[in-house]
Design a protein around this ligand. Sequence first.
Ligand SMILES: Nc1nc2c(ncn2[C@@H]2O[C@H](COP(=O)(O)OP(=O)(O)OP(=O)(O)O)[C@@H](O)[C@H]2O)c(=O)[nH]1
Ligand SMILES: [Mg+2]
Length: 326
Amino acid sequence: MAVSPYVNRAELWLANASFRPSFRLPEHFHPSIFLKWFPGHMAKGFRKMQLKLPKCDCVVEIQIPFTGRNPKFQNNLSSRPHVLVLNKMDLIGMAKQREILRQLESEGTRAVLTDSKSQYHYSIKRVVPAILEAVKDAEYEGTYIRSNPDKPYNILTCGLPNTGKSSLINALRRKYLRKGKATRVGAVPGITRSMQEKIKVCDEPVTYMIDTPGVVAPYIPTAEIGMKLALIGCFKDHIVGEELIADYLLYVESFGLMNPSDNVNFVMRQWAKKLNATISGGVPDYRRAHVDFLKRFRTGMLGHILLDRQLLREKQKNFLPTSFGQ
Ligand SMILES: Nc1nc2c(ncn2[C@@H]2O[C@H](COP(=O)(O)OP(=O)(O)OP(=O)(O)O)[C@@H](O)[C@H]2O)c(=O)[nH]1
Ligand SMILES: [Mg+2]
């Protein structure tokens, strides 16, 4: 959405005067707020996941690249073969998708990109083969042997809240079994609150998946990581505040704004005007503007945005061959 060009020159100059070199949380915002969002159901869910693990053949971690990969998942669930599903691929461009896969491959991580929202997206059929391959490789390496090769595959899902775990299960069912939704999906985090019964997702081979509640690491090392998680919807928006999340989004990306600006009030005022959103006395309805801005970002309407561009660049740099640049 292009923001209205109808602003006076002085206002525009002021808004453009400075683009922040780094993002700083406002003084009144204490980073411990991020940690408050570790409700009881998450802790309980994680414990149950660990208990279920011995009955499972593979762990499928569903994330959005890369921020927020919970080290707990990697450590505590590592006794089973692991597949990383990077969902919501529709939110990032093709070129970046390729770069991400190449990077993960060089790190030895088995990963597939998916779009679980579109009906019958081609990417969905990559998931089961990746699981079977992971199990086969583990058997070959002797790290995990299925007790009975004829028994159905049981797959444990895990991931942050709102990354699309339940959507992926529904998409797989639709793809392989032509069946409707088996588990509830929603735009706010915490829709799946308890560990679900196993859900059949494929007939050949017979494969079941267990839907689990999203779990955030109860440790968020930097404010920036906290803000990224807030932006992708891992916390309920009101916990961090829509205005602050919108401000962070603007800091990350100025999109195709006609008047690129790093000033959230300035942009949101125009956004509200564009939406015709006012409250009494013609005052712009900032709240509606913030909510709309975030919703458009999360549904891909603001274009392709990879929040971890910088992280990807750093990872790529660290993986340059030693002879490079000599
Ligand atoms: N753009 C996009 N949105 C998606 C995709 N997959 C899921 N969503 C949306 O993301 C939101 C969360 O989806 P869920 O499947 O409920 O996510 P979840 O991980 O099960 O969430 P919790 O149960 O709350 O942890 C919903 O609004 C989905 O429509 C995708 O591939 N692309
Ligand atoms: Mg869910």
